[in-house]
Structure formats: structure tokens, C-alpha cells
Design a protein around this ligand. Structure first.
Ligand SMILES: *Cc1c(COP(=O)(O)O)cnc(C)c1O
Length: 378
């Protein structure tokens, strides 16, 4: 049996909508499907404003511009995350201050944030790992007290909640990813969620090459000119058409993913009870979206053996982030604040199991049987 790590979902109307987009004779952004996706996100996830972008990376870059991040500013985030979380701010000249993660959720340890704040700190970037929420009450409280921006890297957290509120809508800005490895996809794409209406117009300007084209089209200004720095962060209609079909099937995708996640969880629970491995933990008040199912082995040696064991049996189970603070680029533009108790440890021990819409129960059971076979004599 060959089981890849991911296969992008196809749920029904993707091809119809793409051909409809072609027939509409408008392929650039902010036409029918781009707008429909933005509005869908606003309604479904109760976002004040959602702008579709070319990626989550670009939504993060947009946020960094909107927060006026300047050379010398500091931005706090976990080191256990994707390069994009940091790149967006480093591109504006910021220094990154990395904080350790919690060993249970692999999210930034909210109790360690305050000690990382200096006079130069401008923003906190919580990353909702595996679609499980960071402790947003405490993070928002700290941000308010020190007057900092909160930019949620919610790349993995579309349709996940913290105390009933959609992730991505709690901070000043929220960034979604619709990359093919994420729950809902358009190949490459993302969205910027904006909490305060006062940022709406400027966000559209920065997203449209620094021009006021959006207001010009609405008749709000009579000239269409270059008014700010910006870039091209607006996706085209064909990709948005694909995403629209996916968003319309949000419940089907979410339920199937949750079923897969639960089947892994119940099947592997006995191994956790026997203290052979660790399973994901979802704190109270967090409603996750089954973005990922991971396990943590005892140490890096066991992880390497298990990965090879699964690979030989046709199963692709990759590890995840190399801590940014120990990467070539990260060591140049950031520093780790406090002790690294769990970041490198998690990076050494974590493995992600295959999880995608078309994964069958038979395949899940096969993956679990192989994991049991591996642990039989350990
Ligand atoms: C996937 C991911 C990104 C990048 O998303 P793109 O849409 O590919 O730019 C950023 N941060 C995290 C945590 C991610 O998982």
C-alpha cells in the first residue's frame, strides 16, 4: 500500500466554477470569485473584513507593512514555525525574538511572552499549530498592556476556534493559507483578515501595488494613482474559483478530517497509555480543525527509525519544522529569549501522519498497524 502524506481535496464544483470564471471574461483579481471567497470568509468566520491574497506568506507581509514595522523593531514569535512567519517582518528590517513553545500544544508559551518584551517590541505573532488555538486571552491582554500588535499566523487554523471565536479574527490581523497542503485549498493562496474597519482601505491599497484602484472602481476617488508602498498580493479568478467550491463544502471537508483524526487518536491511544509515544493535546475551549495528526516519539533516534520503518511500508510521514533560531537565516536576524526547553526537543521528536480527504479507514488502520508493529518490541 502506498500512502502519500497529502493529496489536495477535490469536493465537487471546482471544474464547473473554473470554467464559469473563464466564461465571465474577467480573470484578474477582485472579480466574482475572489470577492465571493472574501465574503464567504467574512460571513462564515465572522470576520470584519477578509481579503483573498496570493498566499499566507503574502498576508503576513501585508500585515507587517500595515503595522508599520521598521528596521530595529522587534517581533515576538515561536521558533517552532515556518520561515514565512518570520520572513514577513525581517523583510521590513525587524529583529525576531523567539520564545519557547508549550510541550502539550507546540504553541508559543504564553507565560514566556512578557519577559521577551523590550522598548523595541512592536508585535506578537501567535502561530496556531495544527489548528489548535494559542492562549489568545492572555496574549491579547499582554498586547493591550504593552500596546503591541497581534498578528495571528492562522495558516493551519481555518475553521478552528478559541472560545467560540474563529482563529484569525482575534488579533489585529489574521493570516490564512489555502496552499495545497492546507484544509481548504486553491493551490497557492491565502487571506488577510482585518479586525478594525480603519485598516480596510489601506489594506486594499497595499494589496493592489500601493494604488487606490479599489476605491477608484467604487467611485470613491476620481484618480487612480500610486498612494503608498505596496505589492501585488491579489490572486486571480481561476484559483479563487477552485477555492470557492472548497469553501462551499466546508462542513463536509471538516467532518471528514475530524473523523480521520479521531480514528488515529483512538487507535493509537493505547500506545500513549503505555508511554511509548505522545499524541496531540487539545486544551479546553479550543475547537480544532483536524489540520494535522502528529505523534511524538521518545527521541530523535527513535523518530528516524520510525520514519524509515513507515517509509519502507509505503507510508510518507514527514517530520516538521527545524527551529528558526538555529537555521542559517534565523540565527542572523533573531535571538532566542530564555531557555529552549521544548522547541528543539519537539522538532526532534514529532512526525506527521498522512491526513487528507480521500484517506480511507482501511489506510488509516494500515498506518496504525504499522506503528504498532514498530513498537511491538520497544
Ligand atoms: C503553510 C504555512 C504558512 C505559509 O503559507 P503559504 O500560503 O504557503 O504562504 C505560514 N505559516 C504556517 C504556520 C504554515 O503552516
Amino acid at each position: 500500500m502506498e500512502i502519500p502524506f497529502n493529496i489536495p481535496a477535490v469536493v465537487g464544483n471546482e471544474l464547473n466554477y473554473i470554467s464559469d470564471a473563464i466564461n465571465r471574461r474577467k480573470l484578474c483579481g477582485d472579480n466574482f470569485y475572489t470577492k465571493a471567497c472574501g465574503e464567504f470568509i467574512e460571513n462564515r468566520f465572522k470576520a470584519q473584513k477578509a481579503l483573498l491574497t496570493t498566499s499566507c506568506t503574502h498576508a503576513l507581509e501585508l500585515s507587517a507593512i500595515l503595522c508599520d514595522i521598521k528596521p530595529g523593531d522587534e517581533v515576538i514569535m515561536p521558533s517552532y514555525t515556518f520561515s514565512s512567519s518570520a520572513n514577513a517582518f525581517v523583510l521590513r528590517g525587524a529583529k525576531i525574538v523567539f520564545v519557547d513553545i508549550r510541550p502539550d500544544t507546540q504553541n508559543i508559551d504564553e507565560k514566556l511572552i512578557e519577559q521577551a518584551i523590550t522598548k523595541k517590541t512592536k508585535a506578537i505573532v501567535p502561530v496556531h499549530y495544527a489548528g489548535v488555538a494559542c492562549e489568545m486571552d492572555m496574549i491579547s491582554e499582554i498586547a493591550k498592556q504593552y500596546n503591541l500588535y497581534v498578528i495571528e499566523d492562522a495558516a493551519q487554523a481555518v475553521n478552528a476556534y478559541y472560545k467560540g471565536q474563529s482563529l484569525g479574527t482575534i488579533g489585529d490581523f489574521g493570516c490564512y493559507s489555502f496552499h495545497e497542503t492546507k484544509n481548504y485549498t486553491m493551490g497557492e493562496g491565502g487571506a488577510l483578515l482585518i479586525r478594525s474597519p480603519k485598516n480596510n482601505i489601506r489594506s486594499e491599497i497595499v494589496r493592489e501595488k500601493g494604488t487606490n484602484r479599489a476605491q477608484f472602481l467604487l467611485g470613491m476617488v476620481d484618480k487612480y494613482t500610486w498612494v503608498s508602498i505596496g505589492s501585488s498580493y491579489l490572486p486571480g479568478e481561476l484559483n479563487a474559483a477552485y477555492l470557492y467550491a472548497q469553501l462551499q463544502n466546508t462542513d463536509e471537508i471538516n467532518n471528514k478530517r475530524l473523523n480521520i483524526w479521531s480514528r488515529y487518536y483512538s487507535a493509537l491511544k493505547a500506545l500513549e497509555n503505555a508511554e511509548k509515544l505522545c499524541l496531540p493535546f487539545v486544551p479546553e475551549g479550543c475547537q480544532h480543525n483536524a489540520h494535522m495528526f502528529y505523534i511524538k516519539t521518545r527521541d530523535i533516534e527513535e523518530r528516524t527509525r520510525l520514519t524509515d520503518f513507515l517509509h519502507k511500508r509505503g507510508i510518507t510521514a514527514p517530520f516538521h519544522y527545524t527551529p528558526l533560531h538555529s537555521s542559517l537565516q534565523g540565527s542572523k536576524c533573531g535571538r532566542f529569549c530564555g531557555e529552549d526547553n521544548y522547541t528543539t526537543d519537539t522538532s526532534d521528536r514529532l512526525i506527521r501522519l498522512p491526513l487528507y480527504l480521500d484517506l480511507t479507514y482501511e489506510q488509516i488502520d494500515y498506518v496504525c498497524e504499522q506503528i504498532y508493529a514498530f513498537y511491538k518490541d520497544r
